[in-house]
Design a protein. Structure first.
Length: 197
C-alpha cells in the first residue's frame, strides 16, 4: 500500500481532516499494460502517478490513477498535472518560480529542485532535512516567507485601491441618480390654504 507524506496508508489518508493541501511533487506518469480480468489474452493501458513529498529526495510513491482519483486530498494536487500530461503540456506551476526569486541563483535553484522545491511557496515550507543539506537554505526560507508576506500585502493594497475606485464610482452614480430623480419629480404646488390667503 502506498504511503503519503505523513506515512499514513493511502486509504486512511483520505479521511484525515487537514487545512492544507498535501505538499507533494509530481515526479511523472507511466503507462502500464494490465490484463483485463475475465478476458484472457486482452489487456488495457492504465496510468500510474509517481510522486514524493516536497523536501524529500529519497522516497517515491507510485499509485494507479484510478485509485488516487478517490483520494480527496491528493487528487486535487495531482489532477491538473495529470490533465496537462494527457494533453502533452508542461506541468503547471502554482506559485512564483524560483527563477523569478532574486535571492536564489540558478545553481541554488537546481539544488532545490533535487528536493522537489520549485517555487518560492515551496521554499517557504522546507523542513530541516533540506536546511541541513542545502547551504544558505535557512536564510532563503526566511527570505521566501518575507517575500510571500510582502506579496500578500501588495495584493491587499491593490484590492483596497480597486475597492476605493469602485466606491468612488458608485458614489458618483448615486449622485447622478439623485439629480435625475429631482429633475423627473413633479413640481409641488403650495397647499390650497396658502393660495386662498
Amino acid at each position: 500500500m502506498s504511503l503519503n507524506p505523513d506515512n499514513v496508508p493511502l486509504g486512511e489518508f483520505a479521511s484525515l481532516e487537514r487545512q492544507e493541501r498535501p505538499n507533494i511533487a509530481i515526479l511523472g506518469f507511466d503507462v502500464v499494460n494490465k490484463p483485463v480480468p475475465g478476458f484472457p489474452g486482452q489487456s488495457r493501458d492504465v496510468h500510474k502517478v509517481r510522486w514524493a513529498p516536497k523536501g524529500d529526495n529519497k522516497s517515491e510513491n507510485t499509485e494507479f490513477i484510478d485509485r488516487i482519483k478517490r483520494d480527496r486530498l491528493l487528487w486535487p494536487v495531482i489532477e491538473p498535472v495529470y490533465n496537462a500530461w494527457l494533453k502533452g503540456q508542461e506541468e503547471p506551476v502554482e506559485g512564483t518560480p524560483l527563477s523569478a526569486f532574486p535571492a536564489v541563483n540558478r545553481a541554488q535553484a537546481e539544488r532545490y529542485r533535487a528536493f522537489h522545491v520549485r517555487t518560492v511557496e515551496d521554499l517557504a515550507k522546507i523542513g530541516e532535512d533540506v536546511i541541513r543539506q542545502v547551504p544558505q537554505s535557512r536564510e532563503h526560507k526566511a527570505l521566501a516567507i518575507r517575500f510571500l508576506e510582502n506579496k500578500a500585502d501588495v495584493e491587499t493594497a491593490g484590492k483596497m485601491e480597486a475597492l476605493a475606485q469602485q466606491n468612488a464610482l458608485l458614489q458618483q452614480q448615486i449622485a447622478e441618480l439623485r439629480e435625475t430623480m429631482r429633475a423627473l419629480a413633479p413640481k409641488r404646488r403650495p397647499p390650497k390654504e396658502a393660495e386662498a390667503a
